[in-house]
Design a protein around this ligand. Structure first.
Ligand code: NAP
Ligand code: MG
Length: 505
């Protein structure tokens, strides 16, 4: 950690000072565990630091939850469920969800700056996250009353099929969209009538803690509990807890597999939103400048730290040269720098560890014969030296079987492939373990429809990317996950079906 404001360039010290000032304003005072409506220390008294990836400075010390803390949170959640929350009607839950949405919106600037400090994402994008978080609560406030159940007359029997919440659910989220992912988890869980224990990512615990603080008076004590900590400690304690009746996890496929295995021990329902390596297919009829904008945003939004990132480009031979020329120019035009600056397009990655991981993939790309059309390393700019920056990178000439083309890099790195035979291209597009999303760019509706159906993935954008509309389900095929978020279907992941077979005799 650097604390010497005289080191580095003048620009770097100005950024450092700006971040310290912003941190003074928005980093929450409450950084303990949030259990039963109160903030408090971890049972073991331990803490861990969360760091600003732009400056390398510590933003806050946060309570390091472990198994004993998770036990206490789960117990508080069950008490809240039994004594309070299960008595709330759908209408009353709807009012709570709406109030949470209002609160989030009222704190848009604060939450966006906090997210930008803790994660490194450009503040302009963090504001989109905050609006999306509020929108989650509004959407589930809207569908919460849609729970009619079914009835059936069967001779001398009368059948009722109703749904009931699980009671207490466990939720674990990653660092790339900390507040948004918290909202994707909390809103449907609460709407369906559950209490929850949420573990945010160790790199970015602050916005979930601040959200808990902000809604502390709106949500009855114990309904929402936030236990920050490390994955192997707090995370595993949440996902493996015998009294947690449903687990919802967003993160890497590797950890998702572990979560699924541990849930087997208690036969607990699991939904998983995991990694991706999504293809973007460009047809020859496109308007090149539109395609450049879409392809660039598909990979570089949120510094490439998007599970749905369009990280493999399949561009038709007829437009490949023009498109790549346009992409190189777009990369040249990008403003890389302080994420608190409204004009910044690309901020730092979330952590040094993530930079190292991306650099390993770039080394592999170099070794495996990749040609860098743009980027390929860290920016050579003294003002950015202390931040976790990686250049926006375009790499061509890799074999599709190569590691950088197959594995999720989770950084601003696009691997480029040209095609002229549709079937061969589609075979490659689908030749990955993942199946989260895909993009198709063409004005030909027939080609668009065919490609959208041929891509093996849970969410396909045609002529756009990243925009997610509540009500349209989001989730993965293959090793990208199980279950869907963002839609009425999500409520079903948070409740169980009960049949009452009533004999009329
Ligand atoms: P990760 O390492 O899998 O971590 C995700 C979360 O799981 C973190 O809170 C982590 O805690 C926790 N965790 C780690 N080990 C655990 C264990 N053994 N048991 C229970 N929890 C554990 O993923 P990440 O690298 O932080 O996040 C990036 C990944 O998330 C990418 O692969 C990305 O594609 C995926 N993602 C998917 C979606 C989607 O909707 N499909 C959305 C966003 C991100 P720590 O913070 O302590 O590690
Ligand atoms: Mg983490």
């Amino acid at each position: 950690m650097s604390t010497d404001s005289d080191s580095g360039s003048d620009e770097a010290s100005a950024v450092r000072q700006r971040h310290r000032d912003a941190a003074d304003e928005v980093v929450p005072e409450q950084t303990g565990l949030f259990i039963d409506g109160e903030f408090g220390a971890a049972a073991g008294g331990e803490t861990f630091d969360t760091v600003d990836p732009t400056t390398g400075e510590v933003l806050a010390s946060v309570a390091r939850g472990r198994e004993a803390d998770v036990d206490r949170a789960v117990e508080a959640a069950w008490t809240a469920f039994e004594e309070t929350w299960s008595d709330y009607s759908a209408g009353r839950r709807q009012r709570v969800l709406t109030a949470i949405a209002d609160t989030i919106e009222e704190h848009t600037d604060e939450l966006a700056r906090l997210e930008s400090l803790d994660n490194g994402k450009p503040v302009s994008e963090a504001k989109i996250d905050v609006r999306g978080a509020a929108e989650q609560f509004r959407y589930f406030a809207g569908v919460v009353r849609e729970n009619p159940g079914e009835t059936m007359n069967a001779g001398s029997r009368y059948g009722q099929v109703i749904t009931e919440p699980y009671g207490v659910v466990g939720q674990v989220i990653p660092w790339n969209f900390p507040l948004l992912m918290a909202s994707w988890k909390l809103a449907p869980a609460l709407a369906a009538g559950n209490c929850t224990v949420l573990k945010p990512a160790e790199q970015t615990p602050l916005s979930a803690l601040r959200l808990a603080e902000l809604v502390g008076d709106t949500v009855p004590d114990g309904v929402v509990n936030v236990v920050p900590g490390y994955g192997e400690e707090a995370g595993a304690a949440v996902t493996g807890h015998p009294d947690v009746r449903k687990v919802a996890f967003t993160g890497s496929t590797a950890v998702g597999k572990q979560v699924m295995k541990s849930a087997a021990d208690t036969v607990t329902d699991v939904t998983l939103e995991l990694g991706g390596k999504s293809p973007v297919v460009v047809f020859p009829d496109v308007d090149v400048s539109t395609a450049v904008r879409l392809v660039s945003s598909a990979i570089f939004y949120n510094t490439g730290e998007c599970c749905e990132a369009g990280s493999r480009l399949f561009v038709h031979d007829d437009v490949a040269d023009d498109l790549l020329e346009g992409l190189v120019a777009a990369v040249d035009d990008m403003t890389i720098g302080d994420p608190l600056d409204e004009d910044t397009d690309l901020g730092p990655k979330v952590s040094r560890e993530q930079v190292d991981r991306t650099m390993e993939y770039l080394d592999a790309a170099r070794e495996e014969g990749g040609e860098f059309l743009a980027g390929g390393g860290q920016p050579d700019d003294e003002a950015l030296a202390e931040g976790c920056y990686v250049e926006p990178t375009l790499v061509e000439g890799l074999d599709h079987d190569s590691t950088p083309a197959q594995e999720e890099i989770f950084g601003p790195v696009l691997t480029v492939f040209r095609w002229d035979d549709y079937d061969e291209m589609m075979e490659l597009a689908n030749d990955v373990d993942y199946g989260l999303a895909g993009g198709v760019i063409t004005d030909d509706i027939t080609k668009a429809n065919r490609a959208a159906r041929d891509i093996e993935a849970g969410y396909i954008w045609v002529n756009s990317y990243h925009d997610l509309v509540p009500g349209l389900p989001f989730g993965g095929y293959k090793q990208s996950g199980i279950g869907r978020e963002l839609s009425a279907e999500t409520l079903d992941h948070y409740r169980q079906t009960k049949t009452i077979n009533l004999s009329l005799r």
